[in-house]
Write a protein that binds this ligand. Structure first.
Ligand code: PLP
Length: 421
C-alpha cells in the first residue's frame, strides 16, 4: 500500500454495514458474517458502569492501578504470574495490536489464513507481511514444518522478520493449536529471534478446557493480547488489555507504548476501567455466564459443522469461539457449473441469491481461488429476548430460530451446488 492510498474498510465491519443496509431496505438476511458474541450484557455490569459514570477524568495511560492489579490477578489464575506493571489497557485489543506492532521492530510473520486486521495494520505501519500456511489440524499458527524455511526465504528476499502473530484459539478457523505444535513454532521463533504477539481474545471460549499460551513457552519474548469483547460479549464497550513480558523487552515496550498510546487513545475510558476491575476479579455470576456462553457457542458451532459436512464441504471441527471455516473444494465442480470459482464469488452468490452473509476466505489471506468461507454462528442467537433463552437452554441448537438459520444455510449451499434439484 502506498502512503497516499487510503486503507480499505475492515472486511468484518464492512459486511456488518452491508447487512444493516440490506435489512433497512427490507431484504431478509441471515447474518453469519460478523464476529460478535451475540449475547446480552452479563449480569451486574450495567450497574457497575452506571455507578462509574462520574469518572470523567483522563486516567493513567496504561490504566488505573486497580484495573491493572485485577488483570494481573486474572493472568495469575491462568498460570501466568504477572505484576500490575506488566499490564496495559486500551479501548479494545485492536488498537493494542497496532500499538505493539508499531512499538516492535521488523516485518510481520502471519499464519495464513488469519484474522483480517493483522495484515492491514502491518501495511498501515509500512511493514512487510510474511504469510505461512497453517497446519491441517488447527489454525492460528504457521505450520511448524514450513516456518523455518519461510523465514529463511523471506530473509534472503530482503525481508526482516521480527514479529510473529499467533491466534490461540483461532479466528477464522475456530480451532486451537495443540501444545506440541505451539512448542515447535515457539522453538523456531526463538531460533530466529522473533517476538511473539499471542492474540488470546478467544481463550476463555475454548470448548474443551483451557488453551495453552505461548507466554508459558517463550516467556521473555511473548506479549499476550486479550479483552472482554468475546468472553463477556462486550465488543462495543471496547475493553482490551495486554500482558507484556517481564524483563528488558517488557520494559522497552512499556516506554514505547507510553508514547504511542499517549498520542493515539490517551487511556481506556474511566467507566470502562471500573467495569474491567469488577469483571477481572471474576465474581461467581460472571464465571457462570462465561461457562454458559462457552457451552452455547460450542453446541451451535458443532451443529453448524455437522450441516456443513453434510453439504459435502470439509471443515476442521470447531474447538473454540463461534466460527467455522469450511472449504468447499470437494464440491468445486458442482459450484463451477453455477459460475462460482472463487471464495469472493461464493460469498457473493450466497448473499445475493440466498440472503446469507458470510466472509470469503480471501478476506483472511487465502488465495481467492480457494473456496473457503468464514461463518460466525453467534449471530444465529436471535434478538435480545431470544439470546437470553439461548444462553439458558440445554439444547440451544434445537431452538427454532437457531435450527431454522442452520437449515437456511444448508439449503443455500445445496441450491448453489444443484443438490436441491
Ligand atoms: N483478535 C481477534 C482474533 C479478533 O477476532 C478480534 C475481534 O473480532 C480482535 C482481536 C479485536 O477485538 P477487540 O478490539 O474488540 O478487543
Amino acid at each position: 500500500m502506498s502512503p497516499s492510498e487510503p486503507p480499505r474498510p475492515s472486511a468484518t465491519l464492512a459486511i456488518d454495514e452491508l447487512v444493516r443496509g440490506r435489512r433497512a431496505a427490507g431484504l431478509a438476511t441471515l447474518h453469519l458474517g460478523f464476529g460478535e458474541a451475540g449475547l446480552p450484557v452479563p449480569p451486574g455490569l450495567a450497574d457497575v458502569l452506571a455507578a462509574a459514570a462520574s469518572r470523567n477524568s483522563y486516567g493513567p495511560v496504561a490504566g488505573s492501578v486497580e484495573a491493572r492489579e485485577a488483570a494481573a490477578g486474572w493472568f495469575g489464575r491462568r498460570g501466568l504470574v504477572t505484576g500490575a506493571e506488566q499490564v496495559w489497557f486500551a479501548p479494545g485489543s485492536k488498537p493494542l495490536l497496532f500499538g505493539l506492532i508499531a512499538a516492535l521492530d521488523g516485518d510481520v510473520v502471519l499464519p495464513r489464513p488469519c484474522w483480517v486486521s493483522y495484515a492491514a495494520q502491518a501495511a498501515l505501519l509500512g511493514r512487510r507481511v510474511i504469510p505461512v500456511p497453517i497446519p491441517a489440524e488447527a489454525g492460528g499458527i504457521p505450520d511448524p514444518d514450513r516456518l523455518d524455511d519461510a523465514l529463511s526465504r523471506a530473509t534472503a528476499a530482503g525481508a526482516c522478520p521480527g514479529i510473529l502473530v499467533l491466534t490461540v484459539p483461532d479466528n477464522p478457523t475456530g480451532t486451537v493449536a495443540s501444545p506440541a505444535a505451539l512448542a515447535a513454532v515457539c522453538a523456531v521463533a526463538d531460533r530466529h529471534g522473533l517476538v511473539v504477539i499471542s492474540d488470546e481474545i478467544y481463550a476463555e471460549l475454548a470448548h474443551h478446557g483451557p488453551s495453552p499460551s505461548p507466554a508459558a513457552l517463550l516467556p521473555e519474548r511473548t506479549v499476550v493480547t486479550t479483552g472482554l469483547s468475546k468472553s463477556l460479549a462486550l465488543g462495543g464497550w471496547r475493553i482490551g488489555f495486554t500482558r507484556l513480558p517481564d524483563g528488558p523487552l517488557g520494559k522497552a515496550l512499556r516506554a514505547r507504548l507510553a508514547g504511542i498510546a499517549g498520542e493515539l487513545w490517551s487511556c481506556l475510558a474511566g467507566p470502562m476501567q471500573a467495569v474491567a476491575t469488577y469483571a477481572l476479579h471474576e465474581p461467581a455470576g460472571l464465571r457462570g455466564y462465561v461457562e454458559r456462553a462457552r457451552r452455547l457457542h460450542a453446541r451451535v458451532a458443532a451443529a453448524g459443522h455437522a450441516r456443513i459436512l453434510a453439504c459435502g464441504a470439509t471443515c476442521r471441527p470447531p474447538a473454540a469461539g463461534f466460527y467455522l471455516y469450511p472449504d468447499f473444494a470437494p464440491i468445486r465442480d458442482a459450484l463451477r457449473h453455477n459460475g462460482i470459482t472463487s471464495s469472493s464469488r461464493l460469498a457473493a452468490a450466497l448473499l445475493e441469491r440466498h440472503g446469507v452473509a458470510t466472509l470469503p476466505g480471501g478476506a483472511f489471506g487465502d488465495p481467492d481461488g480457494v473456496l473457503t468461507l468464514r461463518l460466525a454462528t453467534s449471530l444465529l442467537y436471535g434478538d435480545a429476548e431470544q439470546r437470553h433463552l439461548a444462553l439458558a437452554d440445554d439444547r440451544p441448537e434445537a431452538l427454532p430460530w437457531i435450527a431454522g438459520g442452520l437449515d437456511q444455510l444448508a439449503a443455500a449451499v445445496a441450491a448453489l451446488t444443484g443438490a436441491d434439484r
